[in-house]
Unconditional design. Structure first.
Length: 470
């Protein structure tokens, strides 16, 4: 792949940030002691339908006093839907997927809780409590917390399920059964339904015609979540040190360890084992994926001076930061320039380590901060203006949360063809057309072969008839 002479393409149709749009879209909140790296007025920037706004205002968070929230939790007249990642068979940790799988059904459960008069809560005990990473926003955000001590009996009962109960519940379409007496009588309905995403992921839009999840996710996310104080400090310091401003940088995500291509070799069969970069084919594919993803990110936002890169693999991070002839700090701007503006590559602070997936069980020495990478990446992707997306759901989710998902997103890797690299950086709709054309060409080729075989048979029959006549 030759990137020399590459100049970003300003063809996506969005307006470059001006002084006015920077003030409107990218002003950073100036709260003493609070998170700085966020939009100044997310409630105004990302408005929601009134019924969702009302629902998310019904459980206000008070960072100085939990009494009202706790009183709601112990009120025998209140009932709850709890999105949970906990245990079964008393000690076995549930499989809940990554952060995208765990959060992606929130709109569905907001709708269902609203419809049935229930409150909505989130309780993750694996690998650690979600509150280590995300908290409700301090300015009246939606309080989804469930302290263990206030539902200890119910959580113990939930954890005592059999393996059969656990597996069947993961595929549950709750809206189909919630009116049954066995569910109506429960104060706490615990749900871990990541295996039902394909089955029920479309229900929200079916039940709410005219509402587009891509447009309401940014508002829901910012009303429910903000980085914990510890994580906010890390994000603020890193953003300030690297010149990141919300809405004024582009981004790229590569899930390098995802074995979508058979040519990418892992150290072992487990995805967590890492890439076998000693294998030349793996090295060449992975490094090209990295270079191309950033090229696509700047194609999406030509005027950007900064690109935030997120990946699951320190191998590709290290290559891009230290070795890439196009983007590394040692070679920056040696072959690529855009009006003599340096392109600054930014990664999370601990980019030299693999991002630990939330499914990876903690050890006795593990700390909550060991899993920070996913949450740092998600928050910063969610504040990018544009994004180059590869395979897997994480980059797609980050783009949805940004608010620019439908207008400034390109693909650097195919959904089809086993995750093949896309040097043309198409939009998602262009990629679909490309693959439809591929299918048409392939079908035409098959039909031509059939015609050729029929012609051979006809020639053979004609020769037989000719010989018979003679």
């Amino acid at each position: 792949m030759d990137l020399s002479g590459f100049v970003p393409d300003a063809s996506l149709g969005h307006e470059p940030p001006t002084k006015e749009t920077r003030t409107q879209h990218s002003e950073i909140t100036n709260k003493p002691g609070g998170l700085q790296f966020q939009y100044n007025d997310p409630l105004h920037k990302f408005p929601l339908p009134q019924w969702i706004d009302d629902f998310l205002s019904s459980q206000p968070y008070d960072e100085n006093n939990d009494d009202k929230h706790n009183a709601m939790l112990i009120n025998p007249n209140e009932k709850f839907i709890v999105m949970v990642c906990h245990k079964y068979k008393e000690t076995v940790v549930e499989a809940c997927g990554g952060i995208t799988d765990r959060l992606t059904l929130i709109p569905y459960y907001i709708w269902l809780a609203h419809k049935t008069g229930r409150k909505l809560l989130i309780k993750h005990t694996s690998p650690f409590e979600l509150e280590n990473y995300f908290m409700p926003p301090s300015d009246g955000g939606f309080d989804w917390r469930l302290p263990t001590k206030l539902a200890e009996k119910e959580l113990e009962e939930y954890a005592s399920r059999t393996h059969k109960q656990y597996t069947s519940e993961k595929k549950l379409a709750l809206h189909e059964v919630i009116d049954q007496q066995s569910f109506k009588s429960k104060r706490f309905i615990f749900v871990n339904t990541n295996l039902a995403i394909e089955k029920i992921g479309h229900v929200f839009e079916e039940q709410n015609p005219g509402l587009d999840l891509d447009l309401i996710w940014p508002g829901i996310f910012r009303r429910m979540f903000t980085p914990s104080k510890e994580l906010a400090k890390v994000i603020d310091q890193h953003a300030n040190a690297n010149g990141l401003v919300p809405g004024e940088y582009t981004a790229a995500h590569v899930r390098a360890r995802y074995p979508g291509r058979g040519d990418i070799k892992l150290i072992s069969k487990k995805e967590q084992s890492g890439l076998n970069m000693k294998d030349k084919t793996t090295h060449d594919i992975v490094t090209k994926l990295g270079d191309n993803s950033i090229k696509c990110a700047f194609k999406a936002m030509p005027e950007a001076t900064h690109v935030y890169f997120a990946s699951d693999s320190y191998d590709i991070n290290k290559y891009l930061m230290d070795e890439s002839p196009y983007w590394s700090k040692h070679h920056r701007n040696s072959t690529i320039s855009n009006n003599n503006i340096d392109k600054v590559l930014v990664m999370r602070p601990d980019y030299i380590h693999d991002a630990i997936h939330l499914e990876q069980e903690p050890t006795e020495t593990s700390k909550p901060s060991d899993y920070n990478a996913m949450f740092i990446d998600l928050w910063i992707l969610a504040h990018s203006r544009c994004l180059a997306q590869g395979v897997g759901g994480f980059g797609h989710f980050g783009s949805k949360l940004s608010g620019y998902h439908t207008e400034c997103r390109l693909r650097h890797r195919s959904l089809f063809d086993y995750g093949a690299m896309l040097e043309s950086c198409p939009t998602s709709s262009e990629l679909i057309l490309i693959n439809q054309n591929k299918d048409l060409v392939a079908e035409l080729g098959r039909q031509k072969k059939k015609v050729a075989k029929l012609e051979e048979k006809l020639d053979h029959l004609m020769s037989i008839v000719g010989n018979h006549d003679n």
